[in-house]
Ligand binder design. Structure first.
Ligand code: SF4
Ligand code: SF4
Length: 254
């Protein structure tokens, strides 16, 4: 059943059961999800920055899976290169979202002498599927909503493309879909994980730098990592409570 069909079915059922004729209320996607009982699944993601080599295969796989053309500069996931210089300066770049890897010694047109580098590493990023998602709160039509298993989705049929959610995301995780002209972002490949598959990026990473799992399952490898290893989240001060956890996060990452 399509989402819209699902909404119509719920609305009709509610109308027959409880409402007088003519009192039909069309439920927004967020209202529909709120009405569904909680499930025993909560999706969480682990990024191991020690393992990431910046090859960009995850970005390419994501773009292919989610039909975001390789040549456009936006992406549901991206990889950032951090170069910490001995003088304390921090250089960050992500050309083409990191899809083609990082082969240039130039960072944002600055030629970097390897002898001046104190530290360099890569940080894959994606939507944090926040427990308190600001993007859901600002959407004026309820087109963006949280599923019962903790993933933030966008209903493309309801999205009016106002861009409020894009501005509200503290992680820069949202962008305009250049083809559909609606808000777009990582969904943890919801169409795959809800069918028992891994996300496209997890499957594509040859180094195991990305993992997804069910945080409600104590025996899930991702749950064990979060419980037993030193992990951190991005921009904790915003109170968003991200569900993407990082191993080896450097203090310079933002
Ligand atoms: S990371 Fe951004 S887009 Fe994702 S849920 Fe949080 S605020 Fe929304
Ligand atoms: S595929 Fe894995 S190693 Fe390559 S950039 Fe992505 S996360 Fe890093």
């Amino acid at each position: 059943m399509t989402r819209r069909g699902f909404i119509i079915t719920i609305v009709k059922g509610a109308a027959l059961a409880a409402l007088p004729a003519g009192a039909l209320k069309v439920l927004s996607p967020s209202e529909v999800m709120a009405a569904i009982k909680e499930t025993p699944v909560l999706w969480g993601f682990v990024v191991d920055t020690y393992k990431c080599v910046g090859c960009g295969l995850c970005v390419k796989a994501c773009k292919q899976e989610n039909e975001i053309p390789l040549e456009v500069p936006v992406s549901r996931t991206w990889v950032e290169r951090y170069i910490i210089l001995k003088d304390g300066r921090v250089l960050i770049d992500s050309p083409h979202a990191g899809a083609n890897g990082f082969t240039s010694q130039k960072v944002n047109n600055i030629e970097v002498n390897p002898e001046n580098i104190a530290k360099a590493f890569f940080v894959p990023k994606l939507c944090n599927q926040c427990e308190n998602p600001p993007c859901v709160q600002v959407c004026p039509v309820g087109a963006t909503y949280k599923t019962t298993d903790g993933v933030i989705l966008i209903d493309r049929k309801w999205c009016i493309g106002c861009g409020y959610c894009i501005q509200s995301c503290p992680y820069g995780a949202r962008f305009f879909n250049p083809i559909l002209r609606v808000a777009e972002k990582c969904t943890f490949c919801y169409h795959r994980i809800s069918q028992g598959m891994k996300t496209a990026c997890v499957d594509a990473c040859p180094f195991g730098a990305r993992q997804i799992g069910n945080l409600k399952d104590r025996n899930d490898p991702v749950t064990k990592i979060i419980q037993n290893e030193r992990v951190s989240v991005l921009k904790d001060a915003f109170g968003t409570k991200p569900q993407v956890y990082y191993i080896g996060m450097d203090e310079n990452v933002r």
